[in-house]
Structures are given as C-alpha cells and as structure tokens.
Design a protein around this ligand. Structure first.
Ligand code: FA5
Length: 364
C-alpha cells in the first residue's frame, strides 16, 4: 500500500495558508480512495482504516487542529475536512459490505451482481380477445343451465344443410357462401361448416329432451371481408328443447344474455328474419356502443349491430331427429362472437382480431 507523500500520520507543519490546507485534504482524499479500490481483504481494509481514519491519521489530526486556525480559515477548512471524512467513511462501509458478501457467497461476482435487484421479467402471452369473449359467453349460458359441446369443423353437407331444411338448390344456400372439400357433385359432400347450426342436429341425434346446450366454434364462409365480415370467424350455437318452450323463453334468455354482457341500459332489438330451420325466425341487434345509435362506420350508419340469428326450432327439424314436434318445442340461436368485443370496446374493424398486430392485441 502506498503512503501519503506528506506521511499519513503526520500533519504537514508547512501548512500555513488556507490554500495549502485544502490542497492537503484533497490529496488525502484522492490517495485514500485510490488505495481503498485496491484493498482485497477485510484484514487489508482494517489497515486502511487505521491509516486514513485512525486517531493518528493526517485527516483526524487536521480536524483536531482546527481550533488553532485563524477564525476566518476555520469554517471552510472544517467543512472540507468533514466532507473528506464522510466520503472515506462511506467508502469504508461499502467496501466492507462487498468483502463480507464475498466471504458469505464467494462464487458470486460481487463487483457486478446485485442480488437485490428485481429479476428480468419474462415476456408472457395473454388470451386473445376473441377467446376471452368465448369464455365469457360460455360462462353466462352455463349459469343459465346450458351445457357446452363441440363438433367438427369439416362437416357433411347433410348436417350443414339438408337436415336444417336447406336441400340442394334451396335459395337459402346462397346465404352461406360455402367452401367445399368434395366439389365433385357427390350426393353427400364434405365442406367447411358455414355455421354452427349442424351441432343442433348432431346433438339432438344422440340426446333426448330436456336439452339445453351451446356449441362454440369456428365457421368458414367464402366471402369478401369488410369491417364487420371475416371469412373465418367464431359462432356460438344455442339450443333448448323441452315441453312448452315458447318464444317468450327465447326472448327472455337472449335479453338476459345481452344484459349480462352489455348492462341493463343497452337497447336490444328483435326483428323478423328468415332461416329455413326455424319458424318463426328473427335477428337480434344491439344499439351501437360506439355512436350510441347515432350512426357510425362500425354500425354502417344504422345505429344497430346484428349479433345473432334465432327462432323456434322448425317442427320438420325436430321430426327428422326423432323428436315428436307435437310434444316438444324448442328455440335455437347462432351468435357472431367477434361482434361482442367489437361492440364492447368500440373496435370498428373485425379484421384487426386476425391481423396479428401486437399493438392491438396487447390492449386486452
Ligand atoms: C346463421 O349462421 C344461422 N345459423 C344463425 C341461426 C342459428 C339462426 C339458429 C337461427 C337459429 P347468420 O348468417 O345471420 O345466421 O350469422 C349469425 C351471426 O354471425 C350474425 O348475426 C353475425 O353476428 C355473425 N356473422 C355472420 N356473418 C359473419 C361474418 N362474415 N363475419 C363475422 N360475423 C358474421
């Protein structure tokens, strides 16, 4: 270890002026800190402490001699000497902590690793807003006593159309622009299901009333996309069959669903619509949440957004699966899932859900 040029334990007798005193303090500080950086053990640190902060050290002697200085030099010299002392003491404490850590955990590189720092966060994924909407929809209907079932996305023509009163050449087929898998004109071809309604048939073929089920899933349509239409989107089918089910049950169920998702205040509109597999049929629309009914891009300036088609299950459909329509009746509905988060969060383009832009997806 180097020593102070003036001798660490001796006061420089030549210091007569304030300037010289301050200069000596500066030298003591710079040399002491330089030496401190080279200390490698607690033992060396103790030597350092005695040399620079011990009773006989230059610094402590300067502090003791302050009383003998002329009154005008005392405050400035005293302040500077205390500053140096504080800086050496805090350097001593820090070095002591570092060296003690090295004794406790010698494998840690104490110079570089601060184990008290918070860890680096791992990037973690989140649920897609459509998945969240599906979960919420399923939970609302589960609470009303509906069971959740799933079915195939590649479907037989029979389930997608025939069994739902849509035979070949029926004009209603135009409504469902279909992606065919077997396009060779076979009698029973396969296709990508255009709606979840085939699940009504599949479920009624194997279960007897009372029935209360919902079937969420992807559907496919060969159509141009726009702000409210995608070619691949999600639907939730609903079906209830029992004795004495009426239109009032259908309206009550859908109103309760809309209240759960959009609150008591939001207006719900029921209007007649035609689907060959229900009679009577209707569409349900919600007052646009973006413009509050005034008209905007999202609602095509109508003030309303259609979220589902519904109706009383057609007696022919019940009869086809062996359920007696003179004893049982039922209601069914098919809900467009993306429309729910669009309405709730004011998303004015359905294509945002599937363009994989993280800036959009991270908001949910
Ligand atoms: C049907 O698909 C019927 N199967 C619904 C139904 C079920 C009626 C049971 C009666 C009884 P529709 O084609 O209207 O109906 O579609 C239902 C809902 O899906 C619409 O209200 C709309 O919210 C949504 N939807 C329809 N087309 C698209 C599309 N291209 N992109 C996104 N959502 C759509």
């Amino acid at each position: 270890m180097k020593t102070c040029p003036a001798g660490p334990g001796v006061v420089d007798k030549d210091i007569t002026t304030l300037y010289q005193m301050l200069e000596q303090l500066r030298r003591i500080q710079s040399e002491a800190l330089d030496e401190l950086s080279k200390v490698e053990s607690l033992r060396e640190l103790e030597f350092w402490r005695v040399r620079y902060l011990g009773k006989k050290s230059a610094l402590i002697q300067i502090l003791r001699s302050l009383a003998t200085l002329p009154a005008e030099e005392r405050p400035r010299t005293g302040m500077q000497a205390n500053k140096v002392k504080n800086s050496l003491e805090s350097g001593l404490r820090e070095k002591e902590e570092l060296l003690q850590q090295a004794v406790v955990a010698p494998h840690l590189d104490v110079q570089r690793l601060d184990v008290t720092l918070p860890g680096r966060p791992f990037p973690s994924g989140g649920l897609h807003p459509v998945t969240k909407a599906l979960d919420e929809i399923c939970s609302v209907f589960r609470n009303m006593g509906f069971q959740v079932v799933e079915g195939p996305e590649v479907e037989w023509e029979y389930y997608n159309f025939e069994a739902l009163n849509i035979p070949q050449h029926h004009p209603a087929r135009d409504r469902f622009a279909t992606l065919w898998i077997d396009a060779d004109g076979r009698k029973d071809s396969r296709l990508l299901r255009t709606h979840t309604s085939p699940m009504q048939i599949r479920f009624m073929e194997r279960e007897r009333p009372p029935i209360r089920m919902i079937a969420p899933g992807r559907v496919y349509r060969y159509e141009a996309t726009d702000a409210t239409h995608e070619s691949v989107f999600f639907m939730v089918e609903g079906l209830a069959v029992d004795r004495s089910i009426t239109m009032a049950d259908l309206k009550g169920t859908l109103l309760e669903f809309c209240r759960c998702l959009f609150g008591d205040e939001r207006q719900v509109r029921f209007r007649c619509d035609y689907f060959p597999f229900v009679e009577p049929g209707m569409e349900v629309a919600i007052q646009c949440l973006v413009c509050d009914g005034d008209g905007c891009r999202l609602c095509s300036h109508s003030g309303w957004i259609e979220i589902l088609g519904a109706g009383m299950v057609h007696p022919d459909v019940l009869a086809r699966v062996g359920i007696d329509p003179t004893v049982y009746s039922g209601f069914a509905f098919g809900l467009g899932v993306e429309r729910i988060p669009m309405l709730r969060y004011g998303i004015d383009d359905i294509r945002l859900f599937y363009s994989n832009d993280l800036r959009f997806l991270k908001q949910f």
